[in-house]
Ligand binder design. Structure first.
Ligand code: BGC
Length: 410
């Protein structure tokens, strides 16, 4: 555990966020509307979030001061194209200023073009279940890249297009069967079977539409301006077989990960995002037992999962890897430091075995809006006071920042 490891010179060290989770008041997104429905499944609305929309200059300066050399954030389609075909020059300029601020602090910006949220107008057309959506997505990517590309250091088209597939295996109920689904469909004026919510529909036809959108966006982003690597990120759980679950585990892994990994072999990198493992028995996911250490949301504390998923990604996709998210929900920051310590150890082991890992981003820079769970789960290395918006780095921020600055694991 104590062996020293020196990372390659260009290794990316960063923290990650997504627009809806930190910016605040993302009112033209489908998510804002869902948060305010009478039967909403969201614990609370996102509101001002971390007001990162206005406070990004101090936030980026803080990340640089802590020792990071990169920042992964998303640009918001619902702001850039709030109505079909109406592009906002002002919002594109906003993101241009954000990118320029990164460069002013020697921070390499990694930009995600879609991190779960989608403009409301697109949901009224069936969202990620509509055949025309890849065309719309590519058009938005083109417009954004034309405006921002020269300042982008790396880009992810999509964040976790496989999340819905994972949730379908983990949740003990079908979200489409509850009252929320019909009310949400009504709100977007579509029939329930055309409610194309990115995070929640686990259907192969949605997967195909998103992968088609990814391929088109890949071309558009490479057309420049700028010359930066392009990939997508996947939620990769370390799937392990419990007794008698060998076949089921392989089946789960195939549907949740392998199918996607096989589709990105021509990309410039794959973003690996891992939090824990899944134990699979003959009939599906099983609990790791009462006595294992847990995180704040009841998931098993299993930091070395990242080593397993890096190896899987390397084996199936065979392209460079960037850990685009890794972290822990915890109110106990010493638990988070222990998590990073062990997780990084397994990253280092994988690299020692010759796997090409080019960066590590923790989730998340800030305590932020954790989707349906609201503000309760604390993933941040920086606390945000919900009243005053005051930022305070936690010990984990200094710990990770120091490793980043030294570019050395010890
Ligand atoms: C997502 C983030 C989320 C995090 C923690 C990832 O699935 O990309 O948006 O907050 O996990 O749950």
């Amino acid at each position: 555990m104590t062996q020293e490891f020196i990372f390659p010179k260009e290794f990316l060290w960063g923290a990650a966020t997504s627009a809806h989770q930190v910016e605040g008041n993302n009112i033209n997104s489908e998510c804002w509307l869902l948060e305010h429905l009478p039967e909403t499944i969201y614990a609370e609305p996102s509101g001002d979030a971390c007001d990162h929309y206005h406070r990004y200059p101090e936030d980026i300066a803080l990340l640089a001061e802590l020792g990071f050399n990169s920042y992964r954030f998303s640009i918001e389609w619902a702001r850039i194209e709030p109505e079909e075909g109406e592009f906002s020059y002002a919002e594109l300029e906003h993101y241009r200023r954000m990118l320029a601020t990164c460069h002013a602090h020697n921070i390499k910006p990694m930009v995600t073009f879609h991190h779960f949220t989608t403009p409301r107008w697109l949901m009224r057309r069936g969202g990620w279940l509509d055949e025309k959506t890849p065309e719309y997505f590519a058009r938005y990517c083109k417009r954004a890249t034309e405006h921002l590309g020269d300042l982008i250091s790396a880009a992810c088209t999509f964040n976790e297009p496989n999340l819905a597939m994972i949730l379908s295996k983990l949740l003990p109920f079908k979200i489409q069967e509850g009252p929320f689904w019909n009310i949400a469909a009504q709100a977007f004026d579509v029939s329930p079977d055309r409610l194309g919510l990115f995070q929640l529909v686990a259907e192969p036809r949605m997967r195909d539409i998103i992968l088609d959108a990814h391929r088109r966006a890949f071309e558009v982003l490479h057309a420049g301006p700028g010359d930066f690597p392009v990939g997508l990120t996947l939620a990769l759980i370390d799937v392990q077989a419990a007794e008698g679950g060998e076949n089921k585990a392989l089946e789960y892994r195939r549907e949740m990960s392998d199918i996607y990994l096989e589709q990105v072999r021509k990309d410039d990198f794959i973003g690996v995002q891992t939090y824990s493992r899944m134990l699979v028995g003959p009939n599906g996911a099983v609990s790791p037992g009462k006595h294992v250490e847990k995180n704040q949301t009841g998931e098993e504390f299993y930091p070395k999962a990242i080593g397993g998923t890096i190896r899987l990604a390397a084996e199936i996709a065979g392209i460079p890897i960037i850990v685009t998210e890794n972290g822990l929900a915890s109110t106990d920051d010493t638990q988070r430091v222990r998590y990073f310590q062990r997780a990084l150890h397994s990253v280092v082991e994988a690299m020692g075995d010759g796997i090409d890992v080019r960066g590590y981003y923790c989730w998340s820079a800030f305590d932020n809006f954790e989707w349906v769970s609201g503000y309760t789960p604390k993933f941040g290395i920086i606390t945000v006071d919900r009243e005053t918006q005051r930022r305070t780095p936690k010990p984990s921020a200094y710990w990770l920042g120091k490793i980043a600055q030294a570019n050395r694991y010890y």
